[in-house]
Design a protein around this ligand. Structure first.
Ligand code: PMP
Length: 413
């Protein structure tokens, strides 16, 4: 049937959507979400999701091990979060200013994160990392920020990994060090001299395409000591890892507290929200910087976050994810041994990265993921993956069955 106005009903399959997107979206998709960066066969468009599963625009169902690149932490359409969203939606979302739920959420964040004396809310992780750097500079009156080589802190001009269209000046006042390398951190601090405003470092090392590393105790303590000595801010970018590893800031596991921390992804189970948390000593600087956004007061994501934090505590999220991830990791190790394929599993249990030996061109990783995709598991060949609390042992078994197809594809190649 032709709809009113003579328009064709929009075709909904992935190929048709890609063809339409190519006409109205530069290159059909921007940034890291361009499916052409993934092995052939990966869908670009998704139609729906539930719990631990996602369906592509062609209706194929997968166990979802990307969890929307991190935000989905309780599971797609968690019923408690959905109910909180519905209740707040009925009251209002985009108002002339914040709804009461903003205060409730900031209280909840300050309560659970050890270093936090205050909270400010934004939308994206980049908003939060940028605000941390701005507050650190405002507090110290200095400029230089130390950033680990290869760490991702967002896609704004000061931190984008692809500097096309930006200027050198966008990245002025930055020095680099190597994650987990105390000597290189000390050298960067010395080079910054009296101008050191901050060291920014991710909750653990989760750079693309290299094995993940947990922060060493010596490194975390050195970062803290160097900032204290220089009167600079230690910033933890917990945008990706935050709350999956620990109930508070990821570095609480090491007994090291930052001055400022950036959060986003998992805090509202998929609803758009970010946060900066800070120590009281940075409160007055945080009050002075001018940060805002048209949608930063959105009440619905805040209600989602309050519900998400409550559910995380009720189910014991980090422990549950670690248990599930441990089961998956052990199963993967067994398969790798059975098929005699060199597999390196790295990172925390809840955020696995799988890289293969002798795979400089990612031919093995691609073959593995392509076969696993066809067998119903949505994996990533180069980026860390994510578990969520709606995943079950049966889902992990399904991933392992799909992975078996992946190992077979590697040895058949
Ligand atoms: N920091 C880290 C550690 C991240 O992983 C990301 C997103 N992948 C960001 C910052 C930026 O977050 P967003 O994409 O929401 O701006």
């Amino acid at each position: 049937m032709t709809p009113p106005g003579g328009l064709q009903a929009p075709p909904g399959g992935d190929a048709a959507l890609r063809a339409r997107a190519a006409r109205v979206i530069p290159a059909g998709m921007w940034g890291h979400l361009d499916a052409r960066r993934l092995p052939a066969g990966y869908p670009q468009f998704f139609s729906r999701a539930q719990g631990g599963h996602i369906w592509d625009a062609d209706g194929r169902r997968y166990v979802d091990l990307m969890c929307s690149w991190g935000p989905i932490v309780l599971g797609h359409h968690d019923p408690v979060v959905d109910a909180a969203v519905a209740a707040q939606s009925a009251l209002g979302d985009c108002l002339n200013g914040p709804a009461p739920v903003m205060v409730e959420l900031c209280e909840a964040l300050v309560d659970r994160v050890a270093h936090a004396g205050w909270a400010m809310l934004q939308k994206n992780g980049s908003d939060a990392t940028t605000a941390c750097v701005t507050i650190a500079r405002a507090a110290t009156g200095r400029n230089t920020v130390l950033i680990a080589r290869g760490s991702y802190h967002g896609a704004l001009p000061w931190c984008t990994p692809v500097p096309v269209g930006t200027t050198e000046a966008d990245r002025a006042n930055q020095l680099r060090f190597d994650y987990n390398d105390v000597a290189s951190l000390e050298a960067a601090v010395t080079a910054a001299g009296h101008d050191l405003a901050a060291i920014i470092v991710t909750g653990f090392r989760h750079d693309n395409v290299v094995d993940q590393e947990m922060p060493s105790l010596a490194f975390a303590q050195a970062a803290r000591r160097l900032c204290d000595r220089a009167g600079a801010a230690l910033i933890i970018d917990d945008v990706r890892a935050g709350f999956r590893l620990h109930r508070g800031c990821s570095w609480e596991l090491l007994g090291v507290d930052p001055d400022l921390s950036a959060w986003s992804k998992a805090i509202a189970n998929g609803h758009p929200l970010a946060a900066v948390l800070g120590r009281d000593s940075f409160r007055s600087a945080a009050a002075k910087v001018f940060v805002t956004g048209s949608f930063w007061c959105g009440a619905v994501p805040m209600a989602a976050a309050v519900a998400t934090l409550g559910e995380m505590d009720r189910i014991g999220l980090p422990e549950r994810l670690a248990e599930l991830g441990g089961y998956l990791r052990a199963g993967m190790a067994r398969l790798a041994q059975r098929y005699a394929v060199g597999l390196r599993q790295s990172g925390p249990m809840s955020m696995p990265l799988w890289l293969f030996e002798d795979d400089a061109d990612f031919a093995r990783g691609s073959a593995f993921c392509r076969a696993a995709l066809a067998a119903g598991a949505y994996l990533h060949p180069k980026h860390n993956m994510f578990l969520n609390a709606a995943h079950t042992r049966a889902d992990m078994d399904a991933v392992l069955a799909a992975a078996e197809a992946g190992f077979q594809a590697i040895i058949a190649a």
